[in-house]
Write a protein that binds this ligand. Structure first.
Ligand code: PLP
Length: 486
């Protein structure tokens, strides 16, 4: 399969690319992305067979259907990265919470957020491709808190690769910040920027499309790529865990093959939810994909009114910082899938120029065939956290927003995106527990829900800070080039 650019002018011919190209150079023409034109289909009979297989085998099968131009050997090696997860043969843990309510836990990787699900294998693939092509790559990401640690971790000490992350200096949790500024690896760098996630993402997009930056990099023999979910290489792995949720329901006999279930996704940049949409298109019996936001509820507005409106909106800081996003990049791939590249370009151009776009009634109704959306305020979220902590179940502030959208007359699968240890102060506040400091709070909360805090988190509080730098946006380019030239 080849991937298509998401933006085209009328009568313009699409320049399709293979996955390799899209991985190494993720932006397409007119500032667009790459996306599949059609998804491969899995038959009912095949779903039944797959339900008996391990996560690794399911993943390799799903990937094989795409017939990408990357060797199976490389994918096999990539999937082996899941051996570093809490349970080596079960990277995703699917559990029952209550009647009709299940949780798909995606946070059992090395940095304790679902970003590891895609970035661990993605890092392996990029490193192998860079080696195969005897090229050096600078891989950049902008992070609202979880992509940063996961990107640094996956590339730590990879040959031919340097990895850099930009994070909003006051926009992440303390554990997330420590994970980034203390991450070890000769080839890594972290820079805090004065601004929010949208500023960090904008800075990244500017650099990715800057000819000057690229030519300076090439003088040092470095190519440029990005690890954000603008890279289709990440989306690929985010389809698999949603198919896994369906397969667990099948295997456990909780659903018959004519029944559907709803998936609830705490959303920001929309990569996770897009993975669910692609899984549905591949034949997983997903009914509605429920998009939850926090107070930054621009997606709620889009899916209920058809209007994407940035005018006069300001990012609000919430207790679910990974969802503090207004410019949700992967919505573009959904627009492309539903309305085609010409219309997508029209809409994205309008968003850039006028700061808003409006879908037609028919277009909105096409989105509503698959999606519903709502938002959960911090105080509602705190209530959910407390309610479940009282039952000795710790649910992080992102995952907890999902509880707003549960309909107990249907099977619901909540997509759990982070381990609560990354957000201890919010957990404590929700449960009205006092603590001397963050480490003390972590230990107290863990005791409260009969859990232990992973050693990799506790040791952060005594780790050496290797990347203290915080800078203004104007200085980012120069700082990165200085580092590359060293
Ligand atoms: C990244 C992230 C999200 C948002 O996911 P998107 O794919 O960007 O929509 C939600 N929760 C957590 C914990 C995250 O790290």
């Amino acid at each position: 399969m080849r991937l298509n650019p998401t933006r085209l002018d009328k009568n313009e011919k699409p320049k399709q690319v293979g996955l390799k190209r899209a991985l190494l150079s993720p932006s397409s023409n007119h500032g667009g992305l790459y996306a599949p034109l059609k998804l491969p289909k899995i038959t009912d009979k095949k779903w039944q067979e797959l339900s008996l297989l391990s996560y690794e085998k399911i993943a390799l099968y799903v990937i094989s259907l795409f017939k990408f131009d990357v060797d199976e050997k490389i994918f096999k090696s990539a999937i082996k990265r899941y051996k570093n997860f809490d349970k080596p043969n079960e990277p995703v843990q699917f559990k029952k919470l209550a009647k009709n309510l299940y949780i798909n836990e995606l946070f059992h990787g090395p940095t304790r957020a679902f970003k590891d699900m895609a970035l661990q294998p993605f890092g392996e693939i990029l490193s192998l491709l860079a080696k195969e092509q005897k090229q050096n790559y600078l891989i950049m990401c902008a992070t609202s808190g979880d992509t940063g640690p996961a990107t640094l971790k996956t590339f730590a000490n990879s040959k031919n690769i340097k990895a850099l992350c930009l994070y909003p200096a006051n926009g992440t949790s303390e554990v997330q910040r420590l994970q980034m500024v203390c991450m070890q690896g000769e080839n890594l760098k972290t820079i805090g920027i004065n601004g929010n996630f949208d500023d960090a993402q904008r800075a990244l997009k500017t650099l990715l499309s800057s000819q000057n930056f690229k030519s300076e990099l090439s003088k040092s023999k470095f190519n440029l790529s990005a690890a954000n979910s603008v890279n289709f290489g990440r989306i690929l792995f985010q389809i698999i865990y949603h198919t896994y949720a369906y397969l667990r329901l099948l295997k456990l006999g909780l659903i018959n093959k004519n029944e559907t279930f709803d998936i609830i996704v705490p959303s920001g940049n929309f990569g996770n939810a897009l993975g669910a949409y692609y899984a549905k298109k591949m034949g997983a019996k997903i009914g509605k994909i429920k998009i939850v936001s926090n107070a930054n509820n621009i997606l709620t507005e889009l899916f209920t009114t058809g209007i994407y409106d940035l005018r006069g909106k300001k990012l609000v800081k919430t207790i679910s910082p990974a969802m503090d996003i207004l410019i949700s990049s992967n919505v573009e791939r959904l627009l492309f899938d539903k309305f085609g590249a010409v219309r997508t370009k029209e809409l994205m151009d309008a968003l850039c120029k006028d700061k808003f776009y409006k879908l037609t009634k028919d277009e909105l109704s096409l989105l509503q065939d698959d999606f519903v959306a709502d938002f959960c305020t911090d105080s509602e979220c705190e209530k959910f956290i407390k309610e479940w902590a009282d039952k000795k179940v710790a649910i992080d502030p992102h995952t907890a927003t999902c509880l707003k959208m549960v309909d107990d007359k249907k099977i619901n699968v909540i997509t759990s995106t982070a381990h609560w240890v990354k957000f201890a102060p919010s957990m404590l506040k929700a449960c009205k527990i006092d603590a001397k400091n963050e480490k003390d709070g972590l230990l107290k909360f863990a005791k409260n829900v009969n859990e232990v805090v992973p050693e990799s988190i506790l040791e952060l509080f005594d780790a050496k800070i290797l990347h203290p730098e915080v800078t203004n946006q104007e200085q980012i380019e120069a700082k990165i080039l200085d580092w590359i030239k060293k």
